[in-house]
Design a protein around this ligand. Structure first.
Ligand SMILES: [Fe+2]
Ligand SMILES: [Fe+2]
Length: 315
């Protein structure tokens, strides 16, 4: 078989909904797209720990502290499953981490926004994890086996993340005037960046068509964004709060919400590394990596010793 035959066969396997596994033949572009997407996703989970980690020591009660620690720890676990999935595509983890630290690899821009008040913890859970879930539920059926399987487990934890965020905001929304104002302010600041999480418009997204054909993605950016708006526009009513969009309006004909235009200039600016916290996030990651050098060295020394012990002694 020459290359076009392989590609035809590959597409047939995808169309029959059979998962692609690490040792299967795959077009180089399929491997690269998955590698980029999975490693970016892993980086996002790890960098995503930073804005919330900042609030662990300032959580208002023991209960909230325990919930937040559990959530941040879950995100670390998500990062680890995803680095493992990315490694099955033949790329070294140390290299992936170097690419993150050098700024070569991207992660979700949402984590470049600052967390200014306690209500941001609720807004992140509800809106940011909420947006992530829509994307991730779709990815449970992605065509690359190791990615799909990692997502099944991750999604179970993500739904807890969203619930705890909403519940935390619900408590604030029933509190004092100050707490209500803090809740509304957090929603105002996180709403638009959350919509940006779905990526550029379909008309400007370069990878979309091929990713859908290969069933890496099953819904487009605009479809997922619309689904998110429809969901959140209803949930916000339960909080007695509003979304900061004067154009948000139910469209009876289309049975969906109309919403205003995203500030795409801000979107591209943050993607390019000029967000409010880009530098701070990468500095924190680099520092953590340097501080962890002794752990990596100790693990290597231990592995070496263990391997030497196993070796049969020469007669
Ligand atoms: Fe996560
Ligand atoms: Fe999460």
């Amino acid at each position: 078989m020459d290359a076009p035959d392989f590609e035809k066969k590959f597409q047939e396997i995808i169309d029959r909904e059979i998962k692609i596994e690490p040792k299967d033949w795959m077009p180089e572009a399929y491997r690269k797209t998955n590698l980029r997407q999975i490693s970016q996703h892993a980086h996002s989970e790890i960098v995503g720990m930073l804005p919330e980690g900042n609030w662990i020591s300032r959580a208002p009660s023991l209960k909230r502290k325990a919930i937040l620690i559990a959530k941040v720890q879950d995100e670390a676990g998500h990062g680890l499953y995803l680095y493992c999935a990315a490694e099955t595509l033949g790329f070294d983890r140390a290299q992936m981490i170097d690419d993150l630290h050098s700024g070569k690899a991207k992660y979700s821009s949402i984590f470049n926004y600052p967390t200014l008040t306690w209500a941001d913890m609720g807004a992140i859970g509800w809106l940011v994890d909420g947006a992530a879930i829509l994307n991730q539920v779709m990815l449970c059926r992605t065509s690359y086996g190791p990615y799909a399987r990692a997502m099944v487990r991750i999604c179970k934890e993500e739904s807890f993340h969203q619930r705890q965020g909403f519940e935390s905001l619900l408590v604030l929304s029933k509190g004092t005037a100050e707490q209500k104002a803090m809740c509304q302010d957090a929603i105002n600041r996180w709403w638009w960046p959350s919509l940006m999480m779905f990526g550029p418009k379909d008309s400007e997204s370069t990878n979309s068509d091929q990713s859908i054909k290969w069933k890496i993605k099953r819904k487009t950016n605009d479809e997922l964004r619309q689904q998110f708006v429809n969901m959140i526009a209803e949930q916000v009513k339960l909080l007695g709060m509003t979304l900061p969009d004067p154009d948000l309006k139910w469209n009876e004909e289309k049975k969906q919400y109309n919403f205003g235009e995203i500030n795409w200039e801000e979107f591209w600016n943050v993607v390019k590394g000029n967000g409010p916290c880009n530098k701070q996030r990468l500095d924190a990651r680099r520092k953590a990596h340097e501080n962890g050098a002794w752990v990596r060295e100790a693990a290597m020394a231990y592995a070496k010793k263990a391997a030497a012990k196993k070796k049969p002694v020469a007669a």
